[in-house]
Write a protein that binds this ligand. Structure first.
Ligand SMILES: CC(C)(COP(=O)(O)OP(=O)(O)OC[C@H]1O[C@@H](n2cnc3c(N)ncnc32)[C@H](O)[C@@H]1OP(=O)(O)O)[C@@H](O)C(=O)NCCC(=O)NCCS
Length: 200
């Protein structure tokens, strides 16, 4: 692995053959690994993402250590989102998995320069299909603050319903924001009129 690389270089590095864990029509999901730390670090450092999902920029070492812990964590699955030419465009995760209750939370972040091309919706649909089609999930949740217009749009487009608001639950840029709580239940997913990932 190269130590000092540009973002473009990091993307190129990650283009090395990756075994996909899940395939959808326009993208694939590969299990996140330690070698992806530079990419994750560069994406997390984007100020727009920092504002939209309230992440605090971390050192590369801290990102590496976090990935190391997450890889060991049985309650979550983290994926790199890859285009058909293997370009990595973002990160999607199924966290807080509770197999007994059939619940999990979805987290999604695209690299700034890959936003606005439909990849966010495609990645969310892909991980939703994984959760309901391959894992025995019954209820998926996602959270975003109520000023995050792209996230609100993507969640609605993928069939999630806003089920409530946690008032003043997050602090961004010096002011309190409400947190919108979204969910998608298995029967609602079954009703969605779109091809499933495995039909692509
Ligand atoms: C939220 C995020 C994943 C969206 O991904 P994306 O690939 O840019 O979104 P898409 O291109 O799939 O857009 C999906 C819909 O959202 C709409 N949308 C995108 N940006 C928007 C904006 N700024 N305002 C309003 N709607 C927007 C699009 O118009 C599209 O709807 P349409 O197809 O009917 O036109 C991406 O912006 C991101 O990574 N943001 C930072 C992290 C974050 O907020 N994560 C979400 C946590 S739930």
């Amino acid at each position: 692995m190269v130590d000092h690389i540009t973002i473009a270089g990091a993307e190129h590095d990650a283009e090395a053959e990756r075994e996909l864990s899940w395939r959808a029509k326009t993208l694939g999901l590969a299990a996140l690994d330690m070698d992806d730390a530079e990419l994750m670090h560069s994406w997390r450092s984007d100020p727009v993402a920092a504002h939209q999902i309230g992440i605090w920029p971390r050192s590369l070492t801290a990102v590496r250590e976090r990935i190391e812990r997450d890889v060991e964590d049985d309650d979550r699955d983290d994926f790199l989102i890859l285009l058909p030419d293997s370009t990595p465009v973002g990160h999607v995760a199924l966290t807080n998995q509770n197999i007994v209750n059939g619940t999990a939370q979805v987290e999604l972040m695209l690299a700034a320069r890959h936003r606005g091309h439909g990849h966010g919706t495609a990645a969310l649909d892909a991980v939703v299909d994984l959760a309901f089609g391959e894992l025995p999930m019954h209820r998926l949740t996602a959270e975003t603050h109520t000023d995050n217009a792209p996230a609100l749009a993507v969640l609605a487009k993928s069939g999630f319903t806003q089920e409530g608001i946690s008032r003043a639950a997050c602090l961004h840029r010096g002011r309190r924001h409400d947190l919108a709580v979204f969910s998608l239940l298995r029967p609602e997913w079954e009703e969605l009129n779109r091809p499933r990932a495995w039909e692509a």
